[in-house]
Write a protein that binds this ligand. Structure first.
Ligand code: 4AD
Ligand code: MG
Length: 472
């Protein structure tokens, strides 16, 4: 007999018929009622076994059930299976199986990331993550973008922050040395120094200069020692790059992109988002009234869909912050005193959550605090950068119009003391048929955080990598 998925059975597919379904036992109540889950939905299927069946079923046991799908006599579900036959496919010892039918802390679950996916919460989060990823590809496919795969191993440091993981096959305890005692990377696998990419942008730019519009969607790596709820050492980034687009168009693209993928997840993961919405409400209720979010999860998502993002220049933002009550009363850890400071997440969140009450796109940042590739404005001190800031998250997107003028770009590279020789291929895009172009990077996990309402970024990626942690 063919296997039915629980999602279909709960929709009544096969009503009145004999069905077979397989999954993992969540609970076995009164030796009669099995709550079964197979990952196809957050909802469990109730399977009723005959009294005195002698079955020993525990949380985590994998079983196959054959029986008739009927309208449920009990409350809580429309359909259930009257089991004729239950076969144990894989036992789970109740003494050692770490998941019990109770709420476990997220910290505890992080230590068993290989099993936490068997909880309702992580099932819902990861199904939403999957839908968001599919929504990403759908959005760009509909707009004629090409999916471009940037290399993971690279010699460049796109963001210039030096936060890279070195990739080498040299023996670390006995690496060959040059005469001046440095590691001799010419003897390394690639005959040069290489690292895991922090961003696929530079390579994406070369493709945009031929295919017109491309996007990456891949893992990126940063060796920053951040212990925050918004940083990972390995995270996924989506980076569109568009020829002939200016910053305006870049902002429009970012806004419609985010709205489109959120809508896609809401349309395709209704049950999961309902579940996460209820959980979010319970979590918020545990907080003090002052720190509680004004909106529920679904309310927040709908708010994003139905409101324009507010566009504000960096200069305006600094004025707002400088003159804010929070700043005057010394509420910021980093007081806002002068133009030119790098905005901290407390500032970003103040703007979004307190001042504007909606997503904000900040643009035209001081050149000195942004990467080398951003287009210089005529004022000579700001660049065509943009950051999209989200409530509860802070920066979700970073992007810019790119500096397409060779002379301006070269000057910048010199001023920053960067090695232009290793960037020869990037500079060729400016040498040969340069064009105005723009792009951005969206941190995929931050988006998943926003849509699922999860507080910690470590809980929205299957196996998180962060300082002191790369188990699994
Ligand atoms: O602002 P970032 O550093 O921009 C770039 O890398 C550009 N090259 C993108 C581009 O223009 N093509 O990173 C982009 C986004 C951030 O806004 C944030 O959402 C996310 O990537 N991000 C991180 N997410 C999780 N953990 C980290 N350590 C992250 N660092 C950045
Ligand atoms: Mg950034």
């Amino acid at each position: 007999m063919k296997r039915s998925k629980i999602k279909d059975l709960l929709a009544g597919v096969g009503l009145g018929e004999k069905v077979t379904t397989m999954g993992w036992v969540r609970t076995f109540r009164n030796d009669m009622f099995i709550a079964l889950n197979d990952g196809s939905t957050v909802k469990n299927l109730q399977c009723v076994v005959k009294e005195n069946s002698g079955l020993k079923l525990y949380a985590g046991t994998c079983i196959a059930v054959t029986g008739s799908l009927i309208e449920s006599q009990g409350k809580g579900q429309a359909y259930e299976v009257l089991a004729d036959e239950v076969t144990i496919l894989g036992e789970a010892d109740p003494q050692s199986y770490p998941l019990q039918p109770k709420e476990h802390s997220l910290e505890f679950l992080r230590d068993i990331a290989h099993l936490r996916i068997r909880t309702n919460l992580f099932g819902a989060v990861m199904r939403v993550r999957s839908a968001l990823a599919q929504g990403v590809h759908k959005f760009f496919a509909e707009r004629g973008f090409y999916y471009f795969n940037a290399p993971i191993i690279t010699g460049s440091d796109c963001e210039g922050a030096g936060e890279m993981f070195c990739v080498t096959s040299l023996p670390h305890d006995n690496a060959p040395r040059t005469e001046d005692g440095k590691v001799d990377y010419s003897k390394d696998f690639f005959a040069r120094q290489t690292n895991l990419t922090v961003s696929g942008q530079l390579e994406a730019e070369t493709y945009a200069m031929a295919l017109g519009a491309v996007y990456t969607f891949g893992p990126t790596f940063r060796a920053e020692n951040s212990h925050t709820t918004r940083h990972l050492a390995e995270f996924w980034m989506i980076e569109p790059e568009v020829a002939f687009a200016d910053l305006e168009e870049n902002m429009e693209l970012a806004e419609s992109f985010i709205k489109s993928v959120i809508r896609y997840a809401m349309d395709n993961c209704g049950d999961d988002i309902d579940f996460l919405d209820a959980r979010y409400a319970r979590e918020e209720n545990k907080k003090t009234a002052a720190s509680r979010s004004a909106m529920g999860l679904k309310e927040k998502l709908n708010f994003i869909l139905n409101n324009d993002f507010k566009r504000v220049s960096y200069t305006e933002a600094v004025d707002i912050l400088k003159n804010s009550k929070a700043n005057k009363k010394g509420k910021f850890k980093y007081p806002v005193e002068e133009w030119g400071i790098d905005l901290q997440s407390e500032h970003e969140r103040y703007l979004v959550e307190k001042h504007f009450g909606c997503p904000v796109i900040l643009y035209d940042y001081p050149a000195a605090i942004k990467a080398f590739y951003m287009r210089m404005n005529d004022d000579g001190r700001t660049v065509r950068a943009m950051d999209v800031l989200f409530p509860g998250i802070g920066e979700i997107v970073g992007g810019s119009q790119r500096e397409e003028r060779m002379d301006v770009l070269m000057q910048k590279i010199k001023d920053l003391g960067m090695d232009e020789k290793t960037l020869w291929w990037y500079l060729d895009t400016r040498r040969f048929g340069s064009a105005p172009h723009s792009g951005f990077g969206l941190g995929f996990e931050r988006l998943v955080q926003f849509v699922t309402g999860m507080e910690n970024i470590r809980d929205v990626i299957p196996f998180p990598r962060y300082p002191q942690s790369a188990e699994f």
